[in-house]
Ligand binder design. Structure first.
Ligand code: UDP
Ligand code: MG
Length: 279
C-alpha cells in the first residue's frame, strides 16, 4: 500500500496556502470594510493566503478599487468578468484561478463574517474536504424569502434525491481535491449549492449568525434572478420536468393514434361510413 504524501503542493518549507474567493457586483463601497476584517482574520492563521475578488461586471468602481488595493498588497488579486454573469459563474471563475491547498468562498458584503474562517480552516486540518458555514437562523432574510427557500429545499430533495447541506450557502471551505472535482464539471448553468453536495467528500458544518448587510444595501439578487436560479438549480439536478413533458407528449400521441385506429376499425368492421352531416 502506498501513502500519498501530505506535503502541501507549494513545497516542503512553505506554509499551506489558502485562497479566498469573493464574487463582487457593485461592492465598491464595502471593499475596504471587508478587507479591514478579512486581512486580520487571514493573518491570524499561519497560512500563506491570496484573496481573489471576482468583479462580476460591476458598473461602479469595484474593479478600480481592487486594482489600487492590489498595488499596495499583492495578496489581493482581482479577476474581471466581461459582463455580469451572476454569482455562480463568478465563483466558478475564481475556483479555476485559485492556487490554494484549500479555498474559501464568501460573499463580499460582510454577511459572511471573515472571523469564521479560522474555524473553517481548523476543520479542514481535521481532515474534512468540505467545511460549510451553517446559518443559525435566516432572520436577515424576509419571511417570504425564507418560506420560498424552505419550499425550494424540500422540492429539490424530493425531485433530485440530492440532499443539500442544510442552512448552508456559499460560505464554505473546499479542499484542493474538492475544488479539483468542481473544476472538472463543465456546467454552464451552475448551481453550486447542489454541486457542493453532489461531489460528496467528507463534509461538516460550522454554525454562524447571519448579520444584516452592513451598508444597509439591498440584496443584489432581483426576484426574477432568484426564480431563474431556482429553476436552473432544479433543471440541472433532475430530469423530472423534462420527463413530465416527454410523457405528456407521448400520452397525447398515443391518444391520437388510438383515436385514428378506432375510426379505421369502426369504418372497416362495422361499415360506419365517415360521418358528415347527419342528413
Ligand atoms: N454577486 C455577484 N454577482 C451577481 C450578484 C451578486 O458577484 O450577479 C455577489 C455580491 O456582490 C455578493 C455576493 O455575490 O458579494 C452575494 O450577493 P448578495 O449579497 O446580493 O446576495 P444575498 O446575500 O442576497 O444572497
Ligand atoms: Mg448578501
Amino acid at each position: 500500500m502506498t501513502r500519498v504524501s501530505e506535503e502541501p503542493s507549494t513545497g516542503p518549507h512553505a506554509a499551506p496556502r489558502l485562497s479566498v474567493i469573493v464574487p463582487m457586483l457593485n461592492e465598491a463601497r464595502g471593499i475596504d470594510a471587508l478587507l479591514a476584517r478579512l486581512l486580520p482574520a487571514l493573518e491570524s492563521t499561519d497560512l500563506d493566503f491570496e484573496i481573489i475578488a471576482v468583479d462580476d461586471g460591476s458598473v461602479d468602481d469595484t474593479l478600480e478599487i481592487l486594482k489600487q488595493r492590489h498595488a499596495s498588497n499583492a495578496r489581493i488579486k482581482a479577476l474581471s468578468l466581461s459582463r455580469n454573469f451572476g454569482k455562480e459563474i463568478a465563483v466558478a471563475a475564481g475556483l479555476r484561478h485559485a492556487s490554494g491547498d484549500a479555498v474559501v468562498i464568501m460573499d463580499g458584503d460582510l454577511q459572511h463574517p471573515p472571523e469564521l474562517i479560522p474555524k473553517l480552516v481548523a476543520q479542514w486540518r481535521n481532515g474534512y474536504d468540505v467545511v460549510y458555514a451553517q446559518r443559525i437562523d435566516r432572520d436577515a432574510d424576509s419571511p417570504t424569502r425564507r418560506f420560498l427557500a424552505r419550499i425550494f429545499y424540500r422540492t429539490f430533495r424530493m425531485l433530485s434525491g440530492t440532499r443539500l447541506h442544510e442552512n448552508a450557502g456559499d460560505f464554505r471551505l473546499l479542499s484542493r481535491s474538492a475544488v479539483a472535482a468542481l473544476n472538472r464539471l463543465g456546467e454552464r448553468a451552475r448551481f453550486n449549492k447542489g454541486l457542493y453536495a453532489w461531489i460528496g467528500f467528507k463534509s461538516i458544518g460550522v454554525p454562524f449568525d447571519v448579520p444584516e448587510r452592513p451598508d444597509a444595501g439591498k440584496s443584489r439578487w432581483r426576484p426574477r434572478q432568484l426564480w431563474h436560479f431556482a429553476l436552473d438549480g432544479l433543471a440541472s439536478f433532475t430530469t423530472i420536468p423534462l420527463r413530465i413533458w416527454s410523457y405528456l407528449g407521448l400520452a397525447i400521441s398515443l391518444l391520437a393514434l388510438a383515436f385514428g385506429l378506432y375510426i379505421i376499425v369502426d369504418t372497416m368492421l362495422y361499415g360506419n361510413s365517415v360521418r358528415g352531416y347527419p342528413t
